[in-house]
Structures are given as structure tokens and as C-alpha cells.
Design a protein around this ligand. Structure first.
Ligand SMILES: NC(=O)C1=CN([C@@H]2O[C@H](COP(=O)(O)OP(=O)(O)OC[C@H]3O[C@@H](n4cnc5c(N)ncnc54)[C@H](OP(=O)(O)O)[C@@H]3O)[C@@H](O)[C@H]2O)[C@@H](O)CC1
Ligand SMILES: Nc1ncnc2c1ncn2[C@@H]1O[C@H](COP(=O)(O)OP(=O)(O)O)[C@@H](O)[C@H]1O
Ligand SMILES: [K+]
Length: 488
């Protein structure tokens, strides 16, 4: 399991640890890890040109100390100081003593900005808002290289400057890093878009913070072994009913494909049987003869252990009735796509059985009555707010899929891939997660295991993949998780 902690929690842990260590020890540990990452990225040190972007806080201090270590090994290190009066004094002295040079940003020539590696120490967890004009101008100068000049690798110190550490928001100008060396713990902003895209490859530098962090993180990402432990497996006593029956109320005469895809996902999620209720029964049976189909309303479909409602359902009165009937059932319910239009927060909150909502950014924006862009730029805030408002578990789809449920840590899915952005792949996910619900997983586990297998399946499917191929690759994803659990 990969865990991430908020700035407040990291600061509290840092204070506890600092009290037990000599002055400056923590920063020296951070700088040593940073310098080691820089060496690994460069592949050599002697003669390498290293440029440090240095803000007025400890993030700049880390960059200066790491620069000193690299200068001692023969690198040509230049520091650009954004707040010359406030640059970390110990770091600056160490850099100069090691043979590096430092000067204010305004005085730095274009030539001095040419480097093999840039260390971004403008702001770390103390930064707020988009980068200020002077820092933004420096970045623009760096990016406007001479035509044909090689692009330098950028190593972000702790996190890319301009990225909100707690949320991943990028409210203005921000560094785009090749890699990030983060200290003591991952910060949520490194794992959630758009911040995640700015961070490149993230390396965790151990500075001894672990024992001082609380057991419950703010954000976590499952890995193979976590997912393997959660997969529902049949026992010798299993029969199809004990494994769970999932009901799918999806598709319509106009959108029969959504039903076929949702059932395709449901058949591969661990439940023992799938019941289909709706107007696409013919197509569903043609594609999946093992489905128990009925042409009527969900209420007449027979007993199920969970319902999936919404994909391709349409927006008419009949669709509304189907959603209402499903929500009345005292079993876990997943609501997706068209089904989300008919939700009343009070009704969802009043349900005794769990409810799982799976909107994409556009649907989430409609539920929150904000613009889609607001959801995309503030994914973590949005998913938490939706879960709170509806008293439900919410899976927010998109470039970073997040799952929020009450006071538990938000889960971020690590397996996502842009190849999933293909029509109908969301329908497969809703069937899959609904099937995991029927098999007995709680809503947070069903959603996060579903998203994990779904992303992995898209990676294993032929490239470029269709939604049908994602569904077909689910057994391979499942088997890979089981086979490699414990090796991650
Ligand atoms: N936690 C740990 O365990 C450890 C933490 N360590 C390190 O300490 C770092 C935190 O240091 P920190 O607290 O000094 O804050 P930091 O990130 O340098 O930012 C403050 C500076 O940025 C400036 N500034 C702010 N916003 C800005 C903007 N938008 N655009 C431009 N500038 C902006 C702000 O200016 P001011 O607001 O004061 O005018 C001030 O100068 C942490 O990330 C890690 O690297 C390690 O050394 C050891 C272990
Ligand atoms: N850029 C992306 N990176 C990773 N996953 C994505 C991206 N865009 C979309 N997805 C995933 O693709 C699926 C699309 O679902 P959805 O938006 O409901 O589409 P549809 O309604 O066509 O099925 C979701 O699982 C979503 O998380
Ligand atoms: K930084």
C-alpha cells in the first residue's frame, strides 16, 4: 500500500523527529537523498552542469545542500536565488565552500541557465498559490531555450513548485519535473492530477519520519498484494447464489451496448450470477448467454445481492422509475451515468445499505452544480464533497480515479491509463464494481478493486483497446494480481 500524508501531518511528524535529532540533521538527510537521486538521473557527476532554483525557505535549503554535495564531486553548480536575502544561510555557505556559485535571478545570464540537470527548490510544502511572477518568469526563461538545445532533466525537491501539496491543484505557473524526490512521505498532490502530471517519476527519500506518522494516511493507493487479499474467491461450499448475484439495470432500446458492456464487466467481477433487467435483453443474451435476463423493471427481476443502475438507461420516466426501484432495495447499489441524473441527496443518505456513485468529471460537476473544469482541477476536494453530500461512497473517474467514503482515507487508483478513455469502458467498470459488491466487498473496496483491475486490464488489452477488449482482459488482470501479489 502506498500512503500519502497532508502537509499538516508531515509537519507534526517532522517536529517530533526534529526534537530528537541534532540541528540540521533532517535537512542533511533530505539533501543526501536528493543528491543521490540527482546522480542517478545524470548518470555521471564530474563536469555535469547543475542549476539550482532556490526559493527563500527550507526547500531552497535542501537544493543548496544537495548542490554542495554535487559540487564536491566535481559538478559545476550554479544557484539562482529568488529571494537572495532569505536564501538558507547554511546551504548557501556550504555551496560556496564546495566551489559552487550563487546569484540573484535578475543577474543570471541566459548562458548560466543552460544545464544538464535543474533542481527545483523554489517552494515545497510551504508554497501556496501559483508561482509568483519572478519565479514564473525564471521558469519561462528556462523553457525558452535556444532552438535545438537539449532539454535539461528537472528534479523537483519534495514536490514540483507551484503544485498544491495537499490537493494536487495547479492554480497557476508550476514546474514540470522529470522526477521528484519527496521526503519522509508522499504528499497527496504527487498522486492526484493535475499535480501528478507535473511530478514525473516520484522517489520517496527515507528521512526517518515513518514512526512519527499516524496509522491513518490522508490518501492511499492499493498495490497488487492489497488487491489480491480483497479478491472474492470461491470456497468448496460455494454455489452461484452464495458467490453473490448482481443485478444490472442498464441499456435501452437506443443504447443496448451499454447493457452488454456492463454485464460483460459484471460477469468478470467475482459474483456467481448476473441478472439483467431492461430493454436490451436480446443483445445481452446474444453477447453473454449465461445472463439471467428479464425484459421488465428491476423490481420484477428476482433476488440480487447488489444492483448496478444507469449505464445507457436514458433519461425518461421509465429510467427514473428503474433508479427509484433500485434505490428502494435494501442491497448495495451502484449508480452510474444516466442514473446519476435522478439522485436526491436526502434519499441516498437515508438508505441503510451502501450506495456507490461513479460519476466522471462532467457528471460530478452536474451533481455539485459547478463547472466541469472546477472538478478536474480540484478532484480531491470534489470527490470528498460528493461523498459528504450524498452520504455515499463516490468513485470519481478520469485521469486520476479517486474513491472517497466517509472519514476513511481517499483511495487513488494507480493503474489508470489514458487508453481507458474509450467509449463504453465506464460501463464495464460499473458492472465490475457492482459484481464485487454482490460478492461481499464493502463499497470502498469494491470501487477501488474494480478501478484497479479495470486499469490493469486496459494495460494488458491490445493497444489501442476497445471497451469489449478491456472486459475480455479482466481475467488476465485478476490472474496477474493473484500471481504477483507479495512481489510488489
Ligand atoms: N517536512 C519535513 O520533514 C522536511 C522538510 N524539508 C524541506 O522543507 C520544505 C518546507 O520548507 P518551508 O517550510 O521553509 O517552506 P518552502 O516549501 O521552502 O516554501 C516557503 C518559501 O517559498 C516562498 N513561497 C511561498 N509560496 C510561493 C509562491 N507561490 N511562489 C513563490 N514563492 C513562494 C515563501 O515566501 P514567503 O511567503 O515567505 O515570502 C518562502 O520563501 C519541504 O518542502 C522540504 O523541502 C527538509 O529539509 C527536511 C524534512
Ligand atoms: N485520461 C484518462 N486516464 C485514465 N483513465 C481515464 C482517462 N479518461 C477516462 N478514463 C477512464 O475511462 C473510463 C471512462 O468512463 P466513462 O467516462 O463513464 O465513459 P463511458 O461512458 O464511455 O463508458 C473511466 O474508468 C475513467 O476513469
Ligand atoms: K520544489
Amino acid at each position: 500500500m502506498r500512503t500519502a500524508y497532508s502537509v499538516e501531518t508531515v509537519r507534526a511528524a517532522e517536529r517530533e523527529l526534529m526534537d530528537r535529532l541534532p540541528d540540521g540533521a533532517l535537512m542533511r538527510r533530505a539533501a543526501a537523498g536528493l543528491a543521490a537521486t540527482a546522480v542517478r538521473m545524470l548518470g555521471w557527476v564530474y563536469g555535469a552542469r547543475v542549476l539550482l532554483l532556490v526559493g527563500g525557505g527550507d526547500n531552497g535549503g535542501d537544493a543548496l545542500l544537495a548542490g554542495a554535495l554535487l559540487a564536491r564531486r566535481g559538478a559545476a553548480v550554479t544557484a539562482v536565488l529568488l529571494s537572495p536575502d532569505r536564501a538558507h544561510p547554511g546551504g548557501l555557505a556550504a555551496l560556496r565552500a564546495a566551489g559552487g556559485s550563487a546569484g540573484p535571478a535578475a543577474a543570471v545570464s541566459g548562458r548560466a541557465l543552460v544545464a544538464d540537470l535543474v533542481l527545483d527548490g523554489i517552494t515545497g510544502i510551504g508554497g501556496s498559490g501559483g508561482l509568483r511572477p519572478e519565479a514564473a518568469e525564471l521558469l519561462a526563461r528556462l523553457e525558452a531555450r535556444r532552438p535545438g538545445a537539449a532539454e535539461p532533466a528537472v528534479l523537483a525537491v519534495d514536490l514540483p513548485s507551484g503544485v498544491d501539496a495537499d490537493t494536487g491543484e495547479v492554480p497557476g505557473a508550476a514546474v514540470r519535473a522529470t522526477a521528484t524526490a519527496t521526503f519522509g512521505a508522499y504528499k497527496p498532490g504527487l498522486l492526484v492530477d493535475p499535480g501528478r502530471q507535473r511530478a514525473g517519476t516520484v522517489r520517496l527519500v527515507d528521512i526517518g519520519l515513518g514512526p512519527h506518522l499516524p496509522p491513518q494516511p490522508d490518501l492511499l493507493a492499493l498495490q497488487h498484494s492489497d488487491v489480491a487479499r480483497l479478491l472474492p474467491l470461491p470456497s468448496p461450499e460455494s454455489d452461484k447464489y452464495r458467490r453473490g448475484v448482481v443485478g444490472v439495470a442498464a441499456g435501452s432500446a437506443r443504447y443496448p451496448g451499454a447493457a452488454v458492456l456492463a454485464v460483460g464487466g459484471a460477469l468478470r467481477g467475482g459474483a456467481g450470477a448476473v441478472r439483467y433487467a431492461g430493454h436490451a435483453a436480446e443483445g445481452v443474451v446474444a453477447a453473454h448467454p449465461e445472463t439471467l435476463v428479464s425484459g421488465g423493471a428491476p423490481r420484477e427481476a428476482g433476488r440480487v445481492q447488489s444492483w448496478v443502475v444507469g449505464p445507457g438507461l436514458g433519461t425518461g420516466a421509465e429510467a427514473e422509475r428503474a433508479v427509484a426501484q433500485v434505490l428502494e432495495a435494501d442491497v448495495p447499489v451502484l449508480v452510474d451515468a444516466d442514473g446519476l441524473r435522478f439522485l436526491d441527496p436526502g434519499q441516498v443518505r437515508a438508505r441503510r445499505a451502501p450506495t456507490l456513485l461513479t460519476p466522471h468529471a462532467g457528471e460530478a460537476a452536474a451533481l455539485l452544480d459547478v463547472a466541469r473544469e472546477a472538478v478536474e482541477s480540484e478532484r480531491l476536494v470534489s470527490v470528498r464533497e460528493l461523498a459528504r453530500r450524498y452520504g455515499a461512497t463516490v468513485l470519481l473517474k478520469g485521469s486520476t480515479t479517486l474513491v472517497a467514503s466517509g472519514g476513511r482515507p481517499v483511495r487513488v487508483n494507480p493503474t489508470g491509463t489514458g487508453w481507458l478513455a474509450t467509449a463504453g469502458s465506464g460501463d464495464v467498470l460499473s458492472g465490475l464494481a457492482g459484481s464485487l459488491l454482490a460478492a461481499g466487498l464493502d463499497a470502498l473496496d469494491a470501487a477501488s478493486v474494480g478501478a484497479y483491475l479495470h486499469g490493469l486490464a486496459a494495460r494488458l488489452a491490445p493497444e489501442p483497446c476497445t471497451a469489449v477488449e478491456v472486459a475480455a482482459a479482466l481475467p488476465s488482470a485478476w490472474q496477474q494480481v493473484r500471481a504477483t501479489a507479495g512481489t510488489d
